[in-house]
Write a protein that binds this ligand. Structure first.
Ligand SMILES: Cc1ncc(COP(=O)(O)O)c(C=O)c1O
Length: 360
C-alpha cells in the first residue's frame, strides 16, 4: 500500500533523541530554546514559542492576544476541527466564512461579510500547504483593526509573495507525524510581537516566568527536549522535503492534466505551495468521489479526504447552535480527495498512481 502520509525519520533523529535521553534533561530545556531560535529564523520572525501540539499553538496564540468571551473570530469551516475548537476553548465564538473554490482557502469577500462589532481576529488556514490570500486579508485586518492568527499547521515553508507562512500575523504550526516536518507531537507559535511571545511562554507554563510564581492562569503545554531534538534535525531537512513534495506535485500535474472529470489543485501565482496535500476535486458526473477512492484503494493507493464534513456540520457544532450555509465549502467537502505526495514516495509509486487515475 502506498500510504497517504509517512514521516521520514533517519539516523540523525534517532541519535539526537538518544543524546537527549542520556543527557538527564528530557523535559523543556536547551533543545527547546535552540529549536525556537532556529524555527524563528526559518520563518523570518523575531520570536518562536514551542508547545506540545498545533492545537496548543492556536489556543495559546489566541489567549496571548487576549481573545476570550464576547469576542468573535472569523475562520474557515473547511479545516481540521482544532482551528475552531481553539477559539471555543477561549470562550470566544468562531464565525465561519466561505472558501475560494479554486484554492479551498478562506474567501476574503466572505470574511468582510462576517465582520461585526464583536469581531476581534481572523484565522486564515493555509490549507494543504498553500497560503491564503494574505495581501487582501492583511488589508481587511488593517481596515477593521483585527488581529491575524495564521493557522500554518499544514504550511511549513510555504510563502506568499516571497514571505513565509506564519510571518504575516501570529503564526501557529503543528509537528504531527503527517505534517511536512514532525516532532512526534508538537507545535510552534511565531510572532514579531515581544509581548505576545512573552505571554505565550507564560501561558504554556502555568502563567509563570519564575518557577512557583504565577502571574496569570496558564496550562502545561510545554514541548519536551526529546521532541525539540527531533524538530531541530527535521527543520534542517524541511526545504528538501518540501522540494520533493513540489516535484511530486509537478509530476502529477504533467501526467494528470489531460484527464477529464478531475480538477487538479489550483495554485495562486503569489504562493509557493508546499503540497502538504495534493488535493483533487472529482467533477465527473459519471463517477463519485467514493468510487474513485475505493478504486485507488483496490490498486494499493492510500488516499485521504480532508475534510469529509465541514466543521459547522459536525454534530458538536450543530449541538451548540451552528447552522450556517456555506455552499462552496460544503460542495468541496463532497468532492475532494488527496493523493500521496509526500517525500517517501518514489518514481514507481508516482507511475502506479497516475496509471490508476488514467484507468478511472
Ligand atoms: C489546519 C490544522 N490546524 C490545526 C491542527 C492541529 O494540530 P495538532 O494535531 O498538532 O494539534 C492541524 C493538525 O492536524 C491542522 O491540520
Amino acid at each position: 500500500m502506498i500510504p497517504i502520509a509517512r514521516p521520514l525519520i533517519g539516523d540523525e533523529e534517532i541519535h539526537a533523541v538518544t543524546d537527549v535521553l542520556r543527557s538527564g534533561t528530557i523535559a523543556e530545556g536547551q533543545k527547546v530554546k535552540d529549536f525556537e531560535v532556529a524555527f524563528a529564523e526559518h520563518t523570518g520572525t523575531s520570536y518562536a514559542v514551542a508547545v506540545n501540539s498545533g492545537t496548543a499553538a492556536l489556543h495559546v496564540a489566541l489567549l496571548s492576544h487576549h481573545i476570550g468571551a464576547g469576542d468573535e473570530v472569523i475562520t474557515t469551516s473547511f479545516s481540521f476541527v482544532a482551528t475552531s475548537n481553539s477559539v471555543l476553548f477561549t470562550g470566544a465564538r468562531p464565525v465561519f466564512a466561505d472558501i475560494d473554490e479554486k484554492t479551498f482557502n478562506i474567501d476574503p469577500e466572505s470574511i468582510i461579510e462576517k465582520i461585526t462589532p464583536r469581531t476581534k481576529a481572523i484565522i486564515p488556514v493555509h490549507l494543504y500547504g498553500q497560503t491564503a490570500d494574505m495581501k487582501t486579508i492583511l488589508e481587511i485586518a488593517e481596515e477593521n483593526d483585527l488581529i491575524i492568527i495564521e493557522d500554518a499547521c499544514q504550511a511549513h515553508g510555504a510563502t506568499f509573495d516571497g514571505k513565509k507562512a506564519g510571518s504575516f500575523g501570529t503564526g501557529t504550526f503543528s509537528f504531527y507525524p503527517t505534517k511536512n516536518m514532525t516532532t512526534g507531537e508538537g507545535g510552534m507559535i511565531t510572532t514579531n510581537n515581544k509581548m505576545v511571545a512573552e505571554r505565550a511562554k507564560m501561558i504554556r507554563s502555568h502563567g509563570s516566568k519564575v518557577r512557583y510564581f504565577h502571574e496569570m492562569l496558564g496550562y502545561n503545554l510545554r514541548m519536551t527536549d526529546i521532541a525539540a531534538a527531533i524538530g531541530l534535525v527535521q527543520l534542517k531537512k524541511l526545504d528538501g522535503f518540501n522540494n520533493a513534495r513540489i516535484n511530486n506535485a509537478m509530476a502529477f500535474k504533467s501526467k494528470l492534466n489531460n484527464l477529464t472529470g478531475f480538477e487538479l489543485p489550483g495554485i495562486d501565482k503569489h504562493c509557493r505551495h508546499v503540497f502538504h496535500q495534493y488535493t483533487v476535486r472529482v467533477n465527473n458526473g459519471m463517477i463519485s468521489r467514493d468510487e474513485v477512492v475505493s478504486y485507488l484503494e483496490k490498486k494499493g493507493i492510500g488516499t485521504g479526504i480532508y475534510y469529509p464534513l465541514p466543521i459547522h456540520k459536525q454534530p458538536y457544532y450543530k449541538e451548540i447552535g451552528f447552522n450556517d450555509s456555506l455552499p462552496v465549502c460544503e460542495k468541496a467537502a463532497s468532492e475532494v480527495f488527496s493523493l500521496p505526495v509526500h517525500p517517501a514516495i518514489n518514481k514507481l509509486d508516482l507511475d502506479t498512481i497516475t496509471q490508476a487515475m488514467g484507468e478511472i
